[in-house]
Design a binder for this molecule. Structure first.
Ligand SMILES: Cc1cc2nc3c(=O)[nH]c(=O)nc-3n(C[C@H](O)[C@H](O)[C@H](O)COP(=O)(O)OP(=O)(O)OC[C@H]3O[C@@H](n4cnc5c(N)ncnc54)[C@H](O)[C@@H]3O)c2cc1C
Length: 501
């Protein structure tokens, strides 16, 4: 193989891309990962600002670290388990003037709700019992060392499925709202049990029930932050890929995926360097992959229609601030039911927000005796709207958001607000710039349930997709599974080709 020739090229170093690269390089394939940013890890990176304040680009809490979790299996299989110290997160849910600190144990959460809503105790008991069983059944599909679920294949598997997965099966293809309605009558309890839906998009009650069973893992097996910031996870995967002989190049912007006679032959970078491989895995947002990296003539019209129908998932306004004293709480807090607030320049109505301080949980992320805080406001993925503004208009929008978030901080922690050192605002335009997602969505484009588009395999031989826009959607746990599933397909294809030769 020549110097620029590889078995597999991965475009993008998100956790989906890194998982695929790790799995394949661990099995002896010659792998190259190309990342446009100077930091590796995509949304799972940690950056440093003046004065030594550190912030996570996105990820604040990681699931899938229980004994049966795919993230745990990934780390164990590659001897990375002892490399990361995991700090368990705790959660707080606020609705109007009520505050609920969510207990660390699933059963304790149920007991708390039964005490708070005694008239609904029997409903709550039934929900907490059955939902836990649905969660356990979801993870039965992961053998002790596997990253990917075992899906039914044989006739016998299909026959057994409704019996083995008695609490999960009836809810496949149905929504979380339907599940809640079947068990509970109190809207207040339903809201509380749904406050994590934004972890997977903006579908609220319409989020698939199956996805929510897995998400309940945050309260069963726990949600964790890596000590030192989320970037520590990406660094661990990168170090291991390099140890296996793979190459990972930051600051390497891919301009195009090269295709010849319907087959992938490699990629070309913005600087004009050509890397060759019979397999390319794009970890880039699927719509961006098709629209920006492929030549229009390589995409059949039938596929193009699907591409143009792909819509972006939600976005966020991310407000980060450095404080000269610690923030008041180390909980991940979700605030709902506030009086709607109109931000006219941004054309946004704020009805809720989330906040957390990574340094309150992990003091090493701020200078001694100092702190940090992040406030997230849900936003439309509309990077194009901000991009079309003049610099003055855009600056005014950011100022409006900054003033609003400073006001929120003053209400949450008045002392911290008086110790604010500096603050920064990221809009969907910033997210588009750093993550290269379509319209600056935080969770890539949304896979179309009807058509199943996009999928790991594409219509171009040798071109695969991985990450939040395919497979199981967004979140570290989901993209680890997607990276591993893509790696399995690619490994099989490469071995078959080898056998044919
Ligand atoms: C603000 C925010 C908060 C989040 N919070 C959580 C959380 O608490 N818990 C959780 O589990 N998940 C969270 N998520 C979701 C989770 O981070 C993502 O779903 C997941 O990290 C996406 O991984 P990915 O593999 O799809 O790749 P991405 O992280 O999207 O990475 C794709 C990579 O491709 C690179 N790239 C794009 N184009 C090119 C090109 N042309 N050439 C080279 N490189 C390119 C990008 O720079 C990027 O690094 C959050 C996301 C965001 C944005």
């Amino acid at each position: 193989m020549d110097e620029n020739g590889y078995d597999v090229i991965v475009i993008g170093s998100g956790i989906g891309g890194l998982t695929a690269a790790l799995e394949l390089s661990g099995r002896g394939k010659k792998v190259l990962v190309l990342e446009q940013h100077y930091l590796l890890g995509g949304a799972c990176t940690t950056y440093t600002r003046k004065g030594g304040y550190q912030f996570d680009a996105g990820v604040e809490s990681i699931s899938g670290l229980g004994d049966r979790g795919p993230v745990r299996h990934l780390l164990q299989n590659h001897n990375l388990d002892s490399r990361i110290v995991w700090l368990r997160n705790s959660y707080e849910y606020r609705h109007a003037d009520k505050s609920f600190i969510i207990p660390d144990r699933w059963e304790a959460w149920g007991e708390q709700l039964m005490e708070q809503y005694p008239d609904h105790a029997a409903d709550v008991q039934r929900f907490f019992t059955d939902c836990r069983l649905a969660f356990e059944e979801t993870y039965q599909a992961f053998a002790p060392d596997r990253l990917t679920p075992y899906l039914p294949k044989t006739q016998e598997d299909f026959r057994q499925y409704p019996v083995r997965y008695a609490h999960l099966y009836p809810w496949l293809g149905r929504t979380w709202g339907q599940y809640l309605d079947a068990y509970l009558q109190s809207d207040e309890i339903k809201h509380q049990l749904s406050f994590l839906t934004t972890y997977v998009g903006d579908q609220g009650r319409d989020t698939p029930a199956q996805v929510m069973f897995a998400l309940m893992g945050y309260f069963i097996d726990g949600g964790y932050r890596a000590q030192g910031g989320s970037g520590v996870l990406a660094e661990a995967l990168v170090d291991k890929i390099r140890e296996y002989g793979g190459e990972v190049k930051p600051r390497t912007d891919v301009k195009s995926i090269r295709v010849k006679l319907g087959k992938v032959i490699g990629v070309e970078t913005v600087k004009g360097v050509l890397y060759r491989a019979p397999v390319v895995i794009s970890n880039v947002d699927p719509r961006m992959t098709y629209e920006q990296l492929l030549d229009r003539s390589d995409v059949p019209d039938s596929v193009w229609g699907n591409v143009e129908a792909l819509r972006p998932s939600m976005s966020l306004i991310v407000w980060t601030a450095a404080l000269s004293r610690p923030f008041c709480s180390d909980r991940l807090t979700s605030v709902h039911g506030v009086k709607p607030h109109h931000l006219p320049l941004n054309d946004m109505i704020v009805e809720g927000y989330g906040y957390h301080s990574s340094a309150a949980k992990d003091p090493g992320l701020a200078p001694k005796d100092a702190g940090n805080v992040t406030i997230n406001l849900r936003a439309k993925a509309n990077a194009g709207k901000y991009a079309a503004m003049s610099p003055e208009q855009y600056a005014a929008c950011k100022q409006e958001l900054d003033e609003y978030c400073r006001g929120l901080l003053a209400a949450i922690d008045p002392v911290a607000a008086q110790h604010l050192v500096f603050s920064e605002v990221a809009t969907p335009k910033s997210i588009h710039y750093y993550m290269r997602t379509y319209e600056g969505s935080i969770y890539s484009t949304v896979r179309d349930k009807q058509s199943g588009f996009p999928n790991y395999r594409t219509h171009i031989q040798g071109l695969y997709l991985t990450g939040a826009g395919v497979g199981y959607g967004p979140g570290i746990e989901a993209v680890v599974i997607s990276g591993a599933e893509t790696a399995e397909l690619v490994y099989e294809a490469l071995e078959e080709k080898h056998a044919v030769k």
